[in-house]
Ligand binder design. Structure first.
Ligand SMILES: Cc1ncc(COP(=O)(O)O)c(C=O)c1O
Length: 371
């Protein structure tokens, strides 16, 4: 019998990697709701519900707040392709994989790329940004709030001031921090921000919440050239999210939107502050257990992400075989290192529904047996 001839039946995993995270049964149930048409008036109400809840979770009043029908990388691309025109200058802060990805997109937009590079595992220093702004005149400065490849939480407020003093727009990647750590889009002066569904929001992967502030919208209106991507061009996408006058743009992913609506409802029921505190407390519990087993954190304490724990492997522990045993024998997924950290660190996610003491005890119990 060919494998495709049997019914879909993957193992039930305990998701403690860099995403996706475990999904609440209410979200799974929402996905099984019968489909309605994506231009059905009831579906338009669902899109409005989602927009309001994304505004609340980003802590913004931005009108241009919506969800891209594709994963976090499409949110990244939406921000960059709409704000940049060929010949514009852009400064990208890079301290891991996702800063590199933004740099690649900037160049594909035909913009002139300037970079601030920081050590992987450390945040970008505001003084580095100030210095770089002395030798370029960028339209945007892009930065990652939670660098999933290294576990670094990037403070944003001081950098936001520096960026605005230089007359640039601040673009922020909040894929991993969204709904797991504080993000105040309006108060921090973030001009454009994107995230993903599959990390601390604990919805299935495939959607990307995005928000543009007034300054960014004004920059869109000043564009002289067409956005190079048809699908991501906000002049059309914004009409698709424009309440009653909604115009057909593409066929909305109905079931994924049902799931996102329920996941956002769960976040607001818990309360953002409670959710952030839960992520912090569970991070501390995991830290205690891992350190007792000989793991060391990669990142200095003050810049550690609570939802993505990057730890160096103790001597004698082999990355591949140990992660394989976790998966095969305990159904636990943790992430390996990327780039220079491949084989040397693990990235242990405590995101959204996967941020529970129960997950931590299961992982620590399995590690005690394996090590
Ligand atoms: C910080 C960051 N940015 C962007 C992305 C890209 O998101 P996606 O994989 O959903 O396209 C990820 C995914 O892990 C991420 O962690």
């Amino acid at each position: 019998m060919e494998s495709y001839q049997s019914e879909l039946n993957p193992n039930t995993r305990i998701l403690m990697g860099p995403g996706p995270s475990d999904v609440h049964p209410r979200v799974l149930k929402a996905m099984a709701t019968p489909l309605i048409g994506h231009l059905d008036p009831r579906f338009l109400e669902i899109m409005d519900d989602i927009k309001i809840m994304v505004q609340k979770t980003f802590r913004t009043r931005n009108q241009l707040t919506f969800v891209v029908s594709a994963p976090g990388s499409a949110g990244m691309e939406t921000c960059l392709v709409n704000l940049l025109e060929p010949g514009d200058e852009a400064l990208v802060c890079v301290n891991g994989v996702f800063g590199n990805r933004m740099s690649d997109i900037v160049e594909r937009c035909g913009a002139k790329l300037f970079r601030v590079d920081a050590l992987w595992g450390s945040p970008v220093d505001p003084d580095q940004v100030k210095e770089a702004l002395g030798s370029c005149k960028p339209k945007i400065v892009a930065i990652v709030h939670a660098e999933t490849s290294t576990g670094v939480l990037q403070p944003l407020e001081e950098i936001s001031e520096i960026v605005h003093d230089a007359g640039a727009l601040l673009v922020v990647d909040a894929v991993t921090s969204y709904c797991g750590a504080e993000i105040k889009v309006d108060e921090w002066g973030i001009d454009a921000i994107y995230s993903g569904a599959q990390k601390c929001l604990s919805a299935p992967p495939g959607l990307s919440p995005v928000s543009f502030g007034e300054r960014a919208v004004a920059a869109l209106e000043r564009r002289k050239t067409k956005v190079q991507s048809w699908f991501l061009d906000l002049t059309m996408v914004k009409n698709y999210w424009a309440g009653a006058q909604r115009a057909y743009h593409h066929t909305g992913p109905v079931s994924a939107m049902y799931a996102m609506r329920e996941a956002l409802r769960l976040v607001l029921e818990e309360g953002l502050e409670n959710r952030f505190e839960r992520h912090r407390q569970n991070h501390l519990l995991l830290k205690e257990g891992l350190e007792a087993l000989g793991f060391e954190f990669l990142v200095r304490e003050e810049f550690r992400l609570p939802m993505l724990n990057a730890v160096k492997l103790p001597d004698g522990v082999e990355d591949g075989p140990a992660r394989k045993r976790l998966l095969d024998e305990y159904n636990i997924e943790v992430g390996g290192g990327l780039g220079d950290f491949a084989g040397k660190i693990w990235r242990i996610g405590l995101m959204g529904n996967s941020s529970t003491p129960n997950h931590i005890h299961q992982l620590l119990g399995a590690l005690k047996e394996i090590l």
